[in-house]
Design a protein around this ligand. Structure first.
Ligand SMILES: Cc1cc2nc3c(=O)[nH]c(=O)nc-3n(C[C@H](O)[C@H](O)[C@H](O)COP(=O)(O)OP(=O)(O)OC[C@H]3O[C@@H](n4cnc5c(N)ncnc54)[C@H](O)[C@@H]3O)c2cc1C
Length: 319
């Protein structure tokens, strides 16, 4: 019977969704080991985070008070010490900018096998099988590792978030930070272009692609987004053209989104785009080309000219 340790993530005073997805993965693994799921939350308002993280499947929440924001050197030291204290079979971290920062350092220091960017994990005895995607999602690979000492970073939006209330024990963990090893300082946080809009939080996304032809035609899809009370996002060419800021880009090199409705307008459905939106609950595609790959994953498809369809939709929803 061995335990699982997952490290939650927060940014600018809010727990990130991936924290609850880590709980989903972590409790599946803890079921397989027959052990407990420990969740750690480091720095910031840890008491509030602990309350919010008390969801089904979590046995113990370790709070570590150490500064306000993420700091590589602090996280690396804290997670190493927590690992030693909990002695888990599996260490789980998000495959995020932060997780990829301290995860490999911790794995290296503790001599753990490190598997990054897993989209599925299974544990049988002392063998962990991790699924990863390659070539922009065209190929899936499975990796088997001896799981007695393994760290796995998980891709966000691949597992449902656990939301049901739990009854975890909260314990404060006193980490001993070697200040001489803290070489980096966080001086601030800057969102990449485009203000505060976070397309990963939207319930409805109206997403536009190269089929829109001209920058001024974007107003048409903006009007549809307004009529639906939706958020505007796009494929990469729209961002590359400088018509929308980078934080609106969906896809492999953009953001992974999981809205209730994703309306793809004039988007072909290239694998690099699909990698970012395949988790949407309902996908609606508008495209003149009946063979466009987006129709392979769409729940509803309209094969028609967007310049006819979008005004008709606006009229319908505004009327
Ligand atoms: C390493 C790498 C990373 C990448 N990352 C991303 C990423 O994060 N996100 C991303 O989106 N792409 C990404 N790409 C680019 C990706 O490969 C595609 O080039 C891109 O997604 C295509 O965008 P699109 O569908 O808007 O344009 P196109 O492929 O040009 O498709 C336009 C579509 O609009 C349709 N259309 C045209 N006119 C109309 C009309 N009047 N009415 C209705 N439909 C119409 C066409 O039939 C076509 O299907 C990446 C590529 C690489 C190599």
């Amino acid at each position: 019977m061995s335990d699982v340790l997952a490290v939650a993530e927060h940014r600018r005073g809010e727990l990130r969704d991936v924290s609850y997805e880590l709980v989903t993965v972590g409790s599946q693994l803890a079921d397989a080991t027959g052990g407990d799921l420990h969740v750690a939350v480091v720095s910031g308002d840890v008491d509030r985070y602990a309350e919010e993280l008390d969801v089904e499947g979590v046995d113990t929440i370790h709070t570590v008070e150490d500064g306000e924001e993420f700091n590589h050197d602090v996280y690396a030291q804290v997670v190493e010490q927590l690992y030693d204290a909990v002695d888990p079979q599996v260490l789980l971290t998000p495959n995020s900018v932060n997780g990829l920062d301290y995860g490999p350092a911790v794995a290296n220091a503790l001599d753990l096998t490190y598997v990054s960017d897993a989209v599925d994990v299974e544990l049988e005895g002392s063998t962990l099988t991790a699924t990863r995607e390659m070539y922009g999602g065209k190929v899936e690979t499975t990796t088997e590792v001896e799981a007695d000492a393994v760290a796995v970073s998980i891709r966000s939006a691949e597992w449902p978030a656990t939301e049901a209330a739990g009854d975890a024990v909260v314990e404060s963990f006193d980490a001993t930070i070697d200040e001489s090893a803290v070489k980096s300082t966080v001086t601030g946080f800057e969102e990449v272009g485009g203000g505060d809009v976070d397309i990963t939080e939207a319930d409805v996304l109206v997403s536009v692609g190269r089929g829109i032809e001209e920058e001024e035609n974007l107003d048409l899809v903006r009007d549809l987004a307004d009529a639906l009370d939706a958020t505007l996002s796009s494929s990469r060419p729209i961002v590359d053209n400088g018509w929308l800021p980078k934080n609106r880009q969906v896809g492999q090199s953009g953001k992974v989104v999981t809205p209730e409705f994703y309306i793809a307008i004039g988007i072909s459905g290239a694998v690099q785009h699909v990698a970012g939106m395949k988790g949407a609950e309902n996908i609606v595609a508008i495209n003149t080309d009946p063979n466009a790959p987006i129709f392979d994953i769409a729940d509803y498809g309209i094969v028609d000219d967007l310049f006819d369809v979008v005004p008709a939709l606006i009229e319908e929803f505004e009327g």
